[in-house]
Ligand binder design. Sequence first.
Ligand SMILES: [Zn+2]
Length: 168
Amino acid sequence: MPTFCADCGARLEERIAFGKPRPVCPGCGRVHFEDPKVGVGVVVELEGRIVLGQRAHEPKLGGWSFPSGFVDAGEVLEDAAAREVREETGLEVRIDGLIGAYSTAGERTVFIAYAGTVIGGELCAGEECLEVRAFAPEALPALAFPHDAAILKAWAARDNKENEAQTS
Ligand SMILES: [Zn+2]
């Protein structure tokens, strides 16, 4: 929450505005809306395995999760997703499609998960990961975030659907 008005610098007060308590400027009347943040992540497939990174920072320091990060304003979602994979794992990916969008009541980040396939690069931990590794889908470590299991399940269902389509 901001403390001071971005327009006039006055100290903000919490008032009911547009149906909810929000920071409102007593000087100029500006309502300060708290916008969601957009995060993207990729279930990266590498020769039948799933690439995970071990987080080098909070939240969930030391936990394993999909390569992910925040989208810059003006950045295309798929480009942001591929950029995060490159930065965290050294791998170049092709974004194959959307897995789903995930949000939690009271939390600021909206997370959008994609499926991706490795098309180049070499597996190598970037600054944001302690370690990166490709795991067999049936032998994954415990995943760090509440939505991770749902993302993985949706990814596996998507993969099965593709296989069915190819064999039928
Ligand atoms: Zn103001």
